[in-house]
Design a protein around this ligand. Structure first.
Ligand code: ADP
Ligand code: MG
Length: 702
């Protein structure tokens, strides 16, 4: 009964009909009653409180006024033509202005009629006016229906022509909410949860979110709906984690054997940090437990994730399995390969590299050796997931700097065996807690919260264009000390051509200041052939060049300890995590390192905050939180493709506390009833199924 009601096609709602229904579908994806009900307001207007015209004193503020229109005129010519209505209350007069839809408005407005207007005022030549206000004729009905907070909805131009602007949508929602009752809206949370958290019923929450009678009711409605949304996300994630733990068998790596021990005791280049030790142990326990590991390792840039990955792969080898490590770029894959092959060289472990530019002949040999088991560790790019790459017995997969990979790619690795291999995912930079809980909530998590000893914090400076001479001087100083310098240019797809031009211009300008033969400059960007890239990288690695000019191809993971200065050009165009990631390319050796953020003078508030944050802190966890606040979860790396974050009302940047409550509540339910078998929990099971239809899931990967 209730399902049928919520699934009713929207065209059957009084006042909608087939044409508007079609527009609602196309414009807002509203197909059913339920879709309309969950088209939540994005803000509210306080409708009980009126100001007087005299009180209008603050530019750009919103005001609600009640009074009469006394005069209506068209003013100005052509494009400046506009409709101006003089609006008067007992305290004074203010002008209402319409630039668009002026003709239509002129027909609608009536002089000497009482109106309520609401809108933003702007000060123009010392006088205030209100452009395109919300405007309603005062009727007894309007006053009676005036809930304290009037909801405002997102709409579109096309819908406005069909009378489905915010007001139109509210009217439809009024009609719909009047039909809500205990039969049409069933409770979706169990009684104990509702009691524990003092939640409104779902029915009341849906009524009050659209038509709140007081601020308190609005807050309660919001809390209830956010809680519910986050609760189900978490329940689902925690449940699939549980299922994985219980039912997906993993290879049992219970031997800590020769490979691991020999390396650990004889070839480890340095003492592990305590954090590295702890995480390796967590991984060991996990892989020895008989269940399949799906573990996320978070660690700041430079915290030594590679070594943790390597030790894990040695465990696989000790237990008779192959391992692979997948990196997001060719440069990074190559670098991992060199590092690992070097470290393992004395031990007779066979490490191979596979990237997009591996030659056909090499590939053939490599394929054979993989299938025979002659190769123990395969390092590579996404070339690893091609169907032609077949392992003899793949037991462990490491995915480095994971945010660059789509979910589908990760899933494919699992098909390389009948039984899924253990999976270790390593993030490039820390992820905010709320996001980690939501994106990776079904993975087990390890955190490397300690940097190797002896790292000197990187000093970050923010220079504006006018300080370029100072920058050049600083670079020369550092080069004279034997250091090397990166100069990085942004590259975004939309303006790629211009970006390359900037890069080229920057390179040419640098050549003026850093003349050969005293100075040599490498240049690396995405348009070079892999061999050319490699050549330029090598010159820099061998210290034949002192400066490397590059696009963000070097962004992820490159490790050249002697490079101690990172100059980021047009830094305002980079996101925070990218800036942090880039900065992490320096500070890897013993030398004092620097990061210089070059920007133009004109910076928006967000850009300013990004620069300030970078100058203030080196802590990736802290930076990730600021990033989330600034950009919102939808814009953070990796969240778009994941499709996991399609929250309708909760906001991960703001609702961390509710998320925490929802997660522990979901955890408590599963602790008591892991199978969700109890009769009172059947509604949770049902709800999971209903929601499961739309959401993609990590459990398909894990
Ligand atoms: P990330 O976590 O960013 O991937 P890497 O694994 O690339 O960091 O390590 C960064 C640098 O720190 C490398 O040069 C690595 O050799 C070094 N390193 C890693 N672990 C330690 C340690 N325990 N002590 C000293 N140096 C370490
Ligand atoms: Mg790394």
């Amino acid at each position: 009964m209730n399902i049928a009601f919520l699934d009713t096609p929207i065209e059957f709602l009084k006042g909608i009909g087939p044409q508007r229904a079609e527009a609602l579908q196309k414009e807002l994806g509203i197909f059913t009653y339920k879709d309309l009900l969950t088209h939540y307001p994005f803000r509210y207007i306080d409708r009980t409180h009126f100001q007087s015209v005299k009180e209008v004193t603050e530019d750009s503020a919103y005001y609600q006024l009640r009074g009469h229109i006394v005069e209506i005129n068209f003013v100005g010519e052509k494009r400046a033509r506009r409709l101006v209505a003089k609006f008067r209350d007992s305290s004074g007069i203010i002008e209402l202005v319409w630039f668009q839809g002026a003709k239509w408005m002129a027909e609608k407005l009536k002089a000497n009629t009482e109106y309520i207007v609401y809108g933003k005022v702007t000060s123009f030549m010392g006088r205030f006016n209100m452009a395109h206000p919300d405007i309603d004729v005062v009727t007894p009905e309007l006053l009676a229906n005036q809930s304290t907070f009037q909801s405002v909805y997102n709409s579109t131009e096309k819908l406005k022509y069909k009378n489905l602007d915010s007001d139109g949508l509210r009217k439809s929602l009024r009609i719909l909410t009047l039909q809500l009752n205990e039969h049409t809206i069933r409770e979706t949370l169990t009684e104990p949860i509702i009691k524990d958290f003092g939640l409104l019923s779902r029915l009341d929450a849906l009524r009050y979110i659209h038509f709140p009678e007081s601020k308190q009711m609005l807050e309660k409605a919001r809390f209830r709906l956010k809680f519910e949304e986050l609760f189900y996300v978490q329940l689902k994630l925690l449940k699939s984690n549980l299922v994985r733990h219980q039912s997906i068998q993993g290879f049992v790596f219970n031997r800590v054997g020769e490979a691991f021990n020999t390396f650990y005791n004889q070839h480890l280049p340095f003492q592990l940090t305590n954090a590295q030790k702890r995480v390796v142990k967590e991984i060991r326990v996990d892989m020895g437990s008989g269940r399949q590991m799906s573990r996320l390792v978070q660690g700041d840039v430079g915290s030594g994730k590679t070594l943790v990955a390597l030790l894990s792969m040695l465990l696989a080898i000790d237990n008779g399995f192959q391992a692979c490590l997948m990196a997001p770029t060719e440069i990074l894959a190559k670098q991992h390969f060199v590092t690992i092959a070097e470290l393992l060289a004395p031990m007779g472990i066979n490490v191979a590299l596979l990237t997009g530019s591996s030659k056909t002949k090499e590939r053939k040999i490599l394929h054979d050796e993989l299938q025979s088991g002659a190769i123990h560790i395969l390092v590579g790019t996404h070339a690893l997931i091609e169907d032609t790459v077949i392992f003899k017995n793949l037991g462990m997969v490491v995915i480095d700097e994971q945010h660059r990979f789509g979910v589908a790619q990760r899933g494919k690795m699992h098909k390389k065996n009948i039984q899924p291999p253990h999976v270790l995912i390593m993030t490039a930079t820390p992820i905010p807690r709320t996001l980690a809980m939501t994106l990776y909530g079904d993975l087990d998590t390890s955190v490397i919260d300690e940097l190797p000893p002896g790292r000197k914090p990187i000093t970050t400076m923010h220079f504006m264009e006018g300080q370029r001479l100072r920058l050049i001087g600083f670079m020369k100083e550092q080069i004279a000390l034997g250091r090397q310098v990166y100069v990085v240019y942004p590259l975004i797809q939309e303006s790629e051509k211009m970006d390359y031009q900037n890069l080229q211009n920057g390179y040419d300008a640098l050549l003026d200041d850093f003349k050969p033969p005293q100075y040599q400059i490498s240049i690396v960007h995405g348009k070079l052939k892999p061999a050319e890239k490699e050549f330029e990288m090598q010159r820099f690695i061998k210290k034949e060049t002192q400066i490397m000019v590059a696009t963000t191809v070097i962004e992820v993971g490159v490790n050249i300890p002697n490079a101690s200065v990172m100059v980021i050009e047009s830094a305002e165009r980079f996101g925070l995590s990218q800036l942090h990631q880039l900065r992490g390319r320096v500070g890897r050796g013993a030398d004092k390192s620097y990061c210089v953020l070059m920007t133009s003078y004109k910076l928006g508030a967000d850009s300013k905050l990004r620069m300030e944050t970078m100058v203030r802190t080196n802590d990736g966890f802290e930076i990730s939180e600021v990033d989330l606040k600034l950009r919102g979860p939808g814009d953070l790396d990796g969240t778009q493709q994941s499709g996991v974050i399609d929250l309708k009302i909760a906001d991960l940047a703001q609702d961390g506390q509710i998320l925490q409550l929802a997660r522990s509540s979901a955890q408590a339910v599963l602790n008591e009833d892991p199978e969700l078998a109890a009769s009172e929990n059947q509604l949770l099971v049902h709800q999971l199924q209903v929601q499961g239809k739309s959401r993609s899931s990590w459990s398909k990967i894990g």
